[in-house]
Each structure stands twice: as structure tokens, then as C-alpha cells.
Design a protein around this ligand. Sequence first.
Ligand code: FRU
Length: 548
Amino acid sequence: AAGSYQEPYRNQYHYSAKQNWLNDPNGLIKYDGVYHMFYQYNPQGNEWGNMSWGHATSTDLVHWKEQDVAIPESDENAWVDFWMKTKDDAKPVHYLGRPTTNWDVWNPNGKRYIFSGSVILDKDNVAGFGKNTLIAYYTSTYQVAVRDDDYSKDQLGNLLGIREVQEQNMAYSTDGGKTFKKYNNQNPVIPVTQVPTSDAGNFRDPKVVYDEANKQWVMPVVSGQEVDLFTSTNLKDWTFQSAIKRAHDVGNGVWECPELIPMKVKGTNKTKWVLSLSVQQGAPAGGSGMQYFIGNFDGKKFIPDSDETMKNPQWLDFGEDFYAGVTFGETPGRTIMLGWMSNWNYVGEQKTTPWHGEMTLPRELTLVRDNSGYSLKQAPVKEVNQLSQGETALDVRKIHARAQSEKTIDIKNFSGTQYKVSADFSWKKNQAPNRLGVKLRASEDGSKYVAVGYDPSSKQVYLDRTKDGESITRQNTKVKLDGNPTNIKLAVYVDTSSIEVFVNNGEKVLTQVVYPNPEQPSDSKGLAFFAESGKVTITRAVGEHFES
Ligand code: FRU
């Protein structure tokens, strides 16, 4: 059944498909005044599989209209035949792929999956498909039989095993992104035999960007635990230039969805290059998350600012649910990123139906420099303000909580399930509470809620879900602030089943999927402020209902 968008847990101002599974955003681009969002999509089911590129469009980044599938899974190049050394094999092995049934657990029809990738606008017809063609680069994923030496097309050699293979393919659209044609018989543009690491099964997620200074296109692709950089001047022939190696192990998770983002340092004319990455395991909140590194790009190599840069990845988000984020192309002067609001760690436990998976709010990134170096600041795009139904001043000014006790102030004139709450707290050092913050999605009796708060002694902003009554119990998430603050600003975006917390104007972000109180979802609309053992002044408290 097609989704009604009224189902329990259906987010109202975050994108989800009417029905069926989605994951990573792909090929984000603005074209002819319209924002296009493609994404990993299963047209046939509510679980991962049949990977295709779904499609949605928007004129304002907040209201999205679902479109027909743009690139369906396919059976191009049915027969492949190559020798290759793989990471764990000392000797090259023979790969022979052909679409037969029953040779693969997750891809029984022998189709090729359209994995993550990107879209660029070929304004000047560099590739020869015509002016203003949209060109998609994606990973074609399939499985091949590995056979021994003794074979011909009629007489197969002995089956040694099955291997997954990933290659970079190209397709183009001359109808503004509705449909894509495969690049004839020229695919793959980067075949598996050119994987620098020989890790045939983990070579994916091409994100093409224009390198203004060197008049070329750059394509980072992950390959196991490194990122390989390819360049091209004609958009078809790609040359391997260099590899970015991992400095130390972060939970052994493979890298995915790499991106090189040229960005102006705020307030200057200087361009730096940000390498952003998704890592499947080892993120601060457990499981998958996004890292970034800052440096320069010389046309061939990414040069991290120092050795420390690669050793100490910065994290984009400290919640569990910001993954596979990539930025929009063709938005000059703005770096707008959108992520899949989930985590490979627990994703199967989410049982929403008839859809599965949603996107985060689009955020604008700025690169700033301060005493501790370069970092990214993030804020929801200004277009999100359109959703506001107006500001309500919340009636809370001071909270004085006695020692060992918590004081809660229920907000009487504001409640809901889709809103933004902005709250600025300050306190004196010697009266600092143990904890302070807001309770969201609170039940009428106050026993169930999700708390977003700050603990001045550990300097941690946290999201506490121990009282949310949800069926999936996961850990609380937190992030430490620098210095010794005596005030904090929180901007919290609440939707039916998600919470995005922007701390101190986007210095730190926590994105979290939450299903409050599944037995009585309608009973979880309350908003309250709280403090524990101390005094806090609330210098600003504003609620805004969001259009849904
Ligand atoms: C990231 C990812 C990508 C891959 C896609 C498959 O979430 O694993 O690396 O291309 O999802 O759906």
C-alpha cells in the first residue's frame, strides 16, 4: 500500500519515500532552479535490496516531491571476464561473471545494483552528450563467479567461489534528471581491474567535483580503508592520481561516501579542501558516522594540514543518525549537505511501514578558523525557516533547583510533535546545576520524555533516551564542549520520530532518530524545561510549530 504520510512515526518535514526502503542521498544537485535529490532506493520492498536511484525534487530544499525511479537496477554488461589479484589472495584469481539465477544470496536475478554516487552538470558539453546534460556517476555492484583456469564460454572452469565486484559507471540525462541513459557500451569508466587496492568488493561511491584551479574534474572513490583520487578533463577518461590513506584505525569500519569539498574560509578569500567521509563502524555514538579532514588539494593529491589532521578526524555529528551525507552541486557560495538519518548498526530494527528511512534536514556548512584550527559549523538551511508558523515566547525565565533535586517547568502554551525550540541558558560558575535542558515529547504525566541537556561538570551536551519508552533501546548520545562555558544555546528540531540538536549556533550537532512512547504516540507532545541542583537563567526560550 502506498504511504499516506499519516502513519505513526512518519516524519512530517523530513523527506521519506511514500513507500519502501531508502538510504544514502545521491547526486544532489541544483538544476534549472530545482533541487534534485536522488537516493539509494529499493523500488520493490521495505528492506535493503534491488538498489536503484530513487528521485525527489524541490524548489526550496524543504518541500520535496517524489518522482519516478531515475536509475533502476540493471543487467548491463552481463558477461565479464578478468584476472585480478584481490587483497587476501596472494595469486591473481580469475573472475568470470554472468547472470545466472541462484548464484547469489542478495541478488538472485543477477542484476547489477546501482550504488551511491553523484551528479554533475556538464554546462559546456565537455562529455559530448549535449550542453547542460546531467551526468551521473555511480557504482555498479554485482557478483561474479571465481573460477579456475580451465574454462571457455561453453565449458566453465571449476567454481572457486563468489566475489562481489564494484566498478564506477556513468549515465547521462537529457530530460532534466527524469531518466538516465547508460554510457553505451563504454561502462565501466573505471573498471574493477583498475582498483588501486585490488579490493574489488569495496570500491565505491564516486563523488565528482570541479577543480577550478586546475580546470579538471576530481573523483574520490573509497577503496576499502583508503580514498582513491581520479581526475579527468573530458568526464569520460579517468586517471588515478593518488590515494589518501587512513592514519589510524577507527573501529575497522570501511570508509564510504567520500567527498572533497572546496570551501572558502569564512571571512577570507582563501579556499581549503574538506575531505568528508562516512565510516561504517566506530563513530562516537556507536556504529556509523561521518568524519572530516581539512587540507589542500594540489590537483593530484589531497594534502592534510598536518599529520595530526589524519590522526584526529573531526566528526560532523555526534548523534547516531547522520550518515552518508554529501553536498549539493551547483549552489555557488553555499555548501549544503544532507544525510541519511540512520545508522547501519541498528537499521534493521526500525520497523516503520510501508516506508523505511528518511533524510536529515539539509544543513549549510561553513568553514571557520579559530584558535584551535579549522572546523565546520553547521546550521539548517535558512529555507527551513519557511516551515515556522510563528514564534511563541515560552514562559520560563529562571529555574532554581535545590540540591539533590530536579525542578521541571512545564510549558503550558506550547506542545506538539513537529517544532523547533530555541533556548539559551546561562548560569554562574558557583551555582552551576548538575544538569539543565529541555524535555521533549513528554507524556502528560511527565514520566516519558526525551531530554536534551547539558552537564556543566563533564561539559557534555547529551540526549537522554532512557525515559522515552521506545521499543528500540539504544545508548544515549553526547558531545563534549571546549572550554568552560557558563552558557549554552540549543536549537532543537523535533519531528515525529527524530530530533536534531544544534549546539551554540552549529558548533556541534546531534542527530537522533527516536520513536517516543510507541504505545501512546499521541500522548507525547509535552515540552518542559528542567535543572538539577543549581540555578539557571533562561535568557531566550522560543517555540515554533512547523508546518507539516
Ligand atoms: C553507504 C553505502 C554505500 C553504498 C550504498 C549501498 O550507506 O553502504 O557505500 O554505495 O550504501 O546502498
